[in-house]
Design a protein around this ligand. Structure first.
Ligand code: MG
Length: 460
């Protein structure tokens, strides 16, 4: 049993005693705290909250508790039903709502669920706002409405269609080119809401040959949901045997997009954003942003277009803040999270699919040829387990000092950029570990770099 409260929401495994797993009491308490926070921050003017959910088995149960609690707090609910994370974000602004709650544990396995909290712009709460919600929940500092002030629930299940329509209306989405390319596309949506929206999006983009894998939104995940190579053997096999042009994999709430090439190999999640940015910059030059742990290939591709690149701290809310500061035209995260502000400031696999297929169609290339045209890097993800008494901050400071002659960024842990590689050290807030991400031309070199840094830390 697990229950994790963080600034981005509450997350846990369903069941168990209160406070141990994600139980009914925890869901009610946390939702009430969020409603209280929204009412306070709008000085009591708040009226309505959008609620969407992915297809997890527990989704219907959690949604009923969340919607009922919001109504008990005196807020109206716009229940958009089965919807992706980016769809729920868009619905908040379309409805001019005061906030939103997405019921999803993203790429976590089926026994997990979570509440992700949005502000009135359909964006995630920031650090201070998230901490306020946690504090209200811990003190149970909320007041339920009296009988005449209870909220109402309105059902509106049109948002998946509306989201698709908005994607199709983007000037850079080239439906004509995609239709003419006559692609065969394989989709693996891990039996969540992507199974409903991605095939539909593809049909409206003019793709006639769609092979659907795990597209029944039953919440019974056909494989571990995180879209990483070891979980994607089924689609790899189908790509090869079906002679398909492009494989699409999304996580259960459809904010991450991984692509599979015609030979069954991964395009590599890091390169989803790189390719989409390449396409966007070729039409609308401007600056780009990703987080410090994402591939340098985005910086290289941005420079090749004569455009600037900057890095943000890890976390979607930080990437979005940096994109707004720099007026970035495209950005996101190396885990397949594409953020295209022309539509909205949130990771969105639908917009990623539409822009990527526009690129593939207009390039006339195969995916392997497209990939070969991008700078070649490999990222190694290691961690170093420490004893609890070790002062991790002191270690990071010492590493920073040791490499002071290199390009060092300390906005989030310590990142050291070398000429042909980089290494990024971050401490975990929950365990005595340091995450060591390193990138170089090959995986062997990236691993060697991580080993070198582990040696440096040991010597400290
Ligand atoms: Mg996700």
């Amino acid at each position: 049993m697990s229950l994790i409260k963080s600034i981005s929401g509450i997350r846990g495994t369903i069941g168990g005693r209160g406070g141990d797993g994600l139980g009914g009491v925890d869901i009610v308490k946390f939702t009430a705290a969020y409603a209280e926070f929204i009412k306070r921050s709008t000085e009591g003017r708040a009226r309505r909250i959008v609620v969407g959910r992915d297809a997890r088995v527990s989704g219907g149960m959690v949604s009923r508790l969340v919607c009922g609690t919001l109504m008990a707090m005196g807020l109206d609910v716009i229940n958009i039903g089965l919807a992706t994370t980016p769809t729920t974000e868009i619905a908040v602004t379309e409805e001019k709502a005061d906030g939103g709650i997405i019921i999803t544990a993203s790429h976590n396995p089926a026994q997990w669920n979570a509440l992700k909290l949005l502000n009135s712009r359909g964006e995630f709460l920031d650090d201070a706002e998230g901490k306020t919600v946690i504090s209200i929940a811990e003190k149970e500092d909320f007041t339920f409405a009296d009988v005449w002030a209870l909220g109402q629930e309105y059902i509106n299940e049109t948002y998946n269609e509306r989201h698709i329509a908005k994607v199709l209306a983007l000037p850079l989405v080239d439906v004509e080119a995609i239709r003419k390319a006559d692609f065969t596309v394989v989709v693996d949506a891990v039996n969540s809401v992507g199974g409903v929206v991605i095939p539909r999006l593809l049909r409206e983009l003019g793709v006639k040959n769609i092979i659907e894998l795990n597209c029944e939104p039953t919440g019974r995940f056909a494989h571990t949901p995180e879209p990483i190579p070891e979980n994607l053997t089924q689609i790899s096999e189908v790509m090869r045997t079906a002679g398909a042009d492009c494989g699409i994999v999304v996580d259960p709430d459809v904010d991450r997009l991984a692509l599979v090439m015609e030979n069954g190999e991964m395009f590599v999640e890091e390169y989803t954003l790189v390719a989409v940015a390449d396409y966007v910059l070729s039409h609308t030059p401007g600056s780009t942003v990703s987080n410090l742990s994402s591939s340098r290939a985005l910086r290289d591709v941005s420079r090749a277009h004569g455009c600037g690149y900057s890095a943000a701290a890890v976390g979607e809310v930080n990437v979005v803040a940096r994109m707004k500061e720099t007026g970035a035209v495209i950005g996101g995260e190396g885990n397949g999270g594409v953020i295209y502000p022309e539509l909205h400031y949130g990771r969105d696999a639908l917009v990623g699919v539409a822009l990527f297929l526009s690129l593939l169609a207009s390039s006339g290339k195969k995916m392997t040829e497209l990939k070969a045209g991008y700078p070649r890097y490999a990222i190694a993800k290691n961690k170093l387990t420490l004893t609890p008494e070790v002062d991790v901050d002191a270690i990071l400071k010492a590493v920073k000092e040791k490499y002071r002659d290199e390009e060092v960024n300390d906005i989030d842990g310590v990142k050291i950029d070398f000429a042909d590689s980089w290494v990024h050290l971050r401490k975990s807030n929950t365990e005595p570990i340091i995450r060591i991400y390193s990138e170089a031309a090959t995986m062997e070199e990236a691993d060697r770099l991580a080993e070198d840094i582990k040696g440096v830390i040991a010597s400290l």
